[in-house]
Ligand binder design. Structure first.
Ligand SMILES: [Zn+2]
Length: 93
């Protein structure tokens, strides 16, 4: 075999090796940050008394006897709701 052919083959293998190594480098830039937790606190809830929409984190919460939650814009609405409920359930039957 001619010595020059061996050199050419070595260069070829070297180039192939370089291509192989550079192709194997993977990008690790797909980092997803979980921002869902912050979005949940900004959910709007409706006040059943006055109909206003309040951010859930700022609303007054009243847990019903059946386990459901009511959200109110103010303590006034919450008291109004409690009074209405007592009137409807207790008085007229
Ligand atoms: Zn209200």
């Amino acid at each position: 075999m001619h010595p020059l052919k061996i050199v050419v083959l070595l260069v070829l293998f070297y180039l192939l090796y370089r291509l192989y190594v550079s192709g194997r480098k993977k990008r690790l830039e797909d980092k997803k940050s979980g921002r869902d937790a912050a979005a949940i606190s900004d959910v709007l809830v409706q006040d059943p008394v006055c109909g206003a929409y309040v951010a859930k984190g700022q609303a007054l919460v009243l847990r019903d006897q059946d386990g459901s939650e009511r959200h109110f814009c103010s303590d006034k609405c919450r008291r109004t709701f409690i009074e209405q409920k007592q009137n409807s359930s207790g008085g007229t039957a």
